[in-house]
Design a protein around this ligand. Structure first.
Ligand SMILES: *Cc1c(COP(=O)(O)O)cnc(C)c1O
Length: 435
């Protein structure tokens, strides 16, 4: 867990130097809070253990975990690359003047207009995820008189041990190109022969929330087998290898592994395999998403109704729920937290924390321990909500999407303002024939 930015004193939770009960009072709840210091610490760890350590290595932050202008600004300042998967993420990057060559475009069904946007912007890499995409990219290159660097995403056929919805590397997957000789090799050949495309390497992403290395290494071995075939048949070198993301984080009691736990063995294997194939060691790329932002985020809620179902369960309701954190309903994700204004009182009662949305599955915390004195008006903080919380938020029940405050050593300011009711309905119009 992220002890260094989380601190409990005077019976209160502090986050990156800020009193969270004051944040709740100042900015209102529900509220996402992101720690600048924690994000920066992660980026520094990656720098020290990866990009400074291995020549040519780079990180491409997986934007989908948390995508806002200020987040991109931080990555821009830190010299990182970003991985985008939609025209909207690309637009956000363009809006903050993110350097185009540091943008990598991923996705299993990139739309023609998104490909056009990416090529006209001049992104650094497109991660090819299917045959039909090739022509779309070529046409866009023709329109803008550009060439495009292409990484090819493979489906390594490796099943990582994690939740089924976030396994992406097994053979039956909508992501990547299946490694059947008669499917894969013609695609590589097509890229190599194109006047508009430059083949730079291979990409894989085997899943998310991984804590072990075996599946990573196994998948890399598969990838390098194909790098060898590409060398043999087409005399082409794989110059870059993208390992994807998925580095696990702490939600409750998992033990977070340092990046080096994954990356050192992977780099060793990469070097060894490149030597065997007789190619230069490819530049390595990773796409961490949640591991950069998950633990940097907390969510603050105000406690409302408390219901005791005699002999069964006690429900504590908060003023947010599945609209700001869908992961519990979607993945049975487990979180931890604390009553921020009673942080040092003994948690002696087990409750279910639910949201205000009209679904029984709208749960935030299962079997959560609170002090018996918990009451309406108390502030609940849930931990490790920085990834896939805000980015997956919805307007279900026409509840506004909460704002995001960034904190840094006792300072705080908005990075995303909360939605207003007016903004929820701003695109609503009356069909002419109703008038
Ligand atoms: C989701 C995703 C990532 C990031 O995964 P995390 O678990 O957030 O690190 C990286 N690469 C690709 C292609 C992805 O789809």
């Amino acid at each position: 867990m992220n002890q260094n930015v989380r601190e409990i004193k005077n019976n209160t939770l502090y986050f990156d130097g800020c009193d969270t009960t004051k944040l709740a009072a100042t900015y209102g709840t529900p509220l996402y809070v992101m720690s600048y210091t924690d994000i920066k610490n992660r980026l520094e760890e990656l720098k020290r253990d990866f990009t400074d350590r291995y020549p040519g290595a780079r990180i491409a932050y997986a934007s989908k975990a948390f995508c806002t202008e200020a987040m991109y600004e931080i990555l821009k300042q830190e010299g990182a690359c970003i991985d985008v998967v939609s025209g909207g993420e690309l637009y956000t990057a363009q809006k903050v003047g993110f350097p185009a060559e540091r943008v990598e475009f991923n996705g299993n069904n990139k739309l023609p207009k998104e490909i056009d946007q990416a090529v006209s912007f001049g992104v650094g890499r497109i991660i090819l995820d299917g045959l039909q995409e090739i022509e779309l990219i070529e046409e866009a290159c023709k329109r803008y008189a550009k060439k495009m660097n292409i990484m090819i995403r493979i489906t390594p056929g490796v099943a990582a041990s994690t939740h089924d919805y976030i396994v992406t590397g097994k053979k039956d997957s909508k992501f990547g190109i299946p490694l059947d000789e008669d499917v894969f090799m013609p695609i590589v050949k097509r890229v190599l022969e194109s006047d508009y495309l430059t083949f730079v390497g291979l990409h894989m992403h085997i899943g998310s929330q991984l804590f072990e290395n075996e599946a990573f290494i196994e998948a890399l071995d598969v990838l390098m087998d194909w790098a060898a075939k590409i060398k043999e048949e087409y005399d082409a070198d794989v110059k870059e290898v993208n390992f994807g993301g998925g580095f696990g984080v702490t939600y409750t009691n998992e033990e977070r592994k340092p990046y080096s736990f994954f990356l050192d063995p992977l780099m060793k294997r990469l070097k060894q395999r490149a030597g065997e194939i007789g190619i230069e060691v490819p530049a390595a790329v990773i796409e961490p998403g949640r591991s950069i932002v998950a633990e940097a985020g907390i969510t603050l809620y105000t406690i409302g109704q408390i219901k005791e179902i005699k002999g069964l369960r006690k429900y504590i309701s908060v003023d947010g729920g599945m609209g700001d954190n869908i992961r519990v309903a979607l993945y049975q994700a487990q979180y931890d937290g604390v009553i921020a204004n009673k942080a040092q009182e003994t948690p002696d009662e087990t409750v279910t924390v639910c949201g205000k949305y009209c679904e029984s599955g709208d749960i935030i915390l299962n079997d959560f321990k609170v002090p018996g004195s918990v009451q309406m008006g108390d502030i609940l903080a849930t931990y490790s909500t920085g990834a896939y919380g805000y980015s997956m938020a919805s307007n279900y029940n026409n509840n506004p999407i909460p704002g995001v405050v960034m904190v840094k050593e006792g300072q705080s300011d908005w990075m995303v303002k909360p939605q207003s009711y007016e903004q929820i309905v701003q695109n609503n119009v009356m069909p002419q024939f109703l008038a």
